[in-house]
Design a binder for this molecule. Structure first.
Ligand SMILES: [Zn+2]
Ligand SMILES: [Zn+2]
Length: 383
């Protein structure tokens, strides 16, 4: 088929150029975004290589220092995804200087999740269209695997729509990092390799070297980081409990909050996106928030935003309603067993309901907009 091979060659060349310059779109980014979903294998080759690189462990072997490096770099860079790409670039939940912003973008670049602007553009789009037909990574619309990994392989999702992130696109240094989004990951990989080579020479007792540290600190750690992050797209709209009756299917999950340093409190976040913290209570562990609080003490960032009182009151009302429902259910479920088994869960549920109610001054009538409406105050300020 001469026509098809003639069309294939420009697509191949385009993909090759896009490896280096991700803003290169001969047909224009708008047209590319209008295409139907189609996996671009050539464009995704570096992503496949990232996964295949993990197999390098067969030849490079393992050592305690290599494994711990992988773990440390996973968490240091998960913090970059959550605390920087998400809570700064996507939602501006705190402030920093222009130089600070550039440093944060460099840190974010080491995550190998493309540029901060591409990430923020897609994330803001997700909040605008959560779980509707426009949402490019909703598990309810496209299925689990597409929401987890498929959407980033599709050609139409490659270009960044700078017109929707004007507050970020006005900084040429950020646009440059976004356009040449392989520069920071390559320098990072080189630094990890170099550190391993230095250890091999100066601390041979540790039993590591450049290749081994590259496999563990870059390939394995980055692949795990990708899938940990992707769990928020796929699992956080499927697994866990809904406190707020938001118009999407976002959920709160303790397990996801541990894997993703606090991002598992996704239903809280969908209810109110402008807050620096996603865990609304002390028991909702949010390590990203603790890290950002610590960073604010250094002066690099400031102006961390709190959850408004009205949202906390809404949370208390929602929790109270859940507890009452649990008490009712417990009364009905255990009718066929002993009276003790019937009484204990009901008493526990009522105790929780009472404690929740006692700790909160419940208004006589629900005020403000119902939770089912999208919170207009939750949009990033500068959009
Ligand atoms: Zn979501
Ligand atoms: Zn968000």
């Amino acid at each position: 088929m001469p026509d098809r091979s003639a069309a294939r060659l420009p697509r191949l060349l385009t993909a090759l150029v896009q490896w280096i310059d991700s803003d290169y779109t001969p047909e224009g980014p708008a047209k590319m975004r209008q295409e139907p979903d189609r996996v671009d294998w050539m464009r995704c080759l570096p992503f496949l290589i990232l996964h295949l690189g993990c197999l390098g462990v067969i030849w490079a072997g393992a050592s305690p220092v290599a494994v711990w490096t992988a773990v440390a770099l996973y968490f240091a860079r998960m913090f970059a995804v959550t605390g920087i790409y998400h809570r700064y670039f996507s939602h501006k939940t705190y402030s920093t200087s222009r130089a600070g912003q550039f440093l944060l973008a460099l840190w974010g670049g080491t995550t190998v999740q493309r540029g901060a602007l591409w990430w923020a553009y897609h994330h803001r789009h997700h909040h605008q269209h959560s779980d509707d037909s426009e949402d490019v990574h909703s598990p309810h619309v496209h299925g689990f695997w597409w929401s987890h990994i498929g959407w980033i392989t599709s050609r139409r999702n490659f270009p960044t729509d700078y017109s929707t992130i004007k507050d970020l696109a006005r900084f040429p240094e950020l646009v440059w990092l976004n356009r040449f989004d392989t520069v920071v990951p390559l320098l990072f990989a080189l630094a990890v390799f170099g550190a391993g080579e230095l250890l091999a020479v100066h601390a041979p007792g540790l039993g590591t070297n450049g290749w081994q540290l590259l496999v563990w600190g870059f390939f394995i750690s980055t692949t795990a980081l990708f899938h940990g992050t992707a769990c928020i797209n796929s699992m956080a709209h499927l697994m866990g409990r809904r406190r707020f009756n938001t118009s999407d299917d976002s959920r709160n999950s303790f397990i996801l909050a541990l894997i993703c340093l606090g991002e598992g409190w996704h239903n809280n976040h969908h209810r109110y996106q402008s807050s620096t913290r996603n865990g609304f209570y002390w028991w909702e562990i949010d390590i990203t928030f603790y890290g950002l609080k610590a960073l604010s003490w250094t002066g690099l960032i400031w102006g961390l935003k709190a959850v408004p009182k009205s949202v906390m009151e809404e949370a208390a009302r929602a929790d109270h309603a859940h507890s009452i429902a649990a008490a009712r259910q417990a009364r009905e479920v255990h009718l066929d067993v002993s009276p003790l088994k019937r009484v204990v869960p009901a008493a526990a549920a009522i105790a929780v309901a009472t404690a929740t109610a006692a700790g909160t001054k419940l208004p006589e009538k629900a005020d403000g907009a119902p939770a089912t409406e999208r919170a207009t105050d939750a949009r990033p300020e500068n959009r």
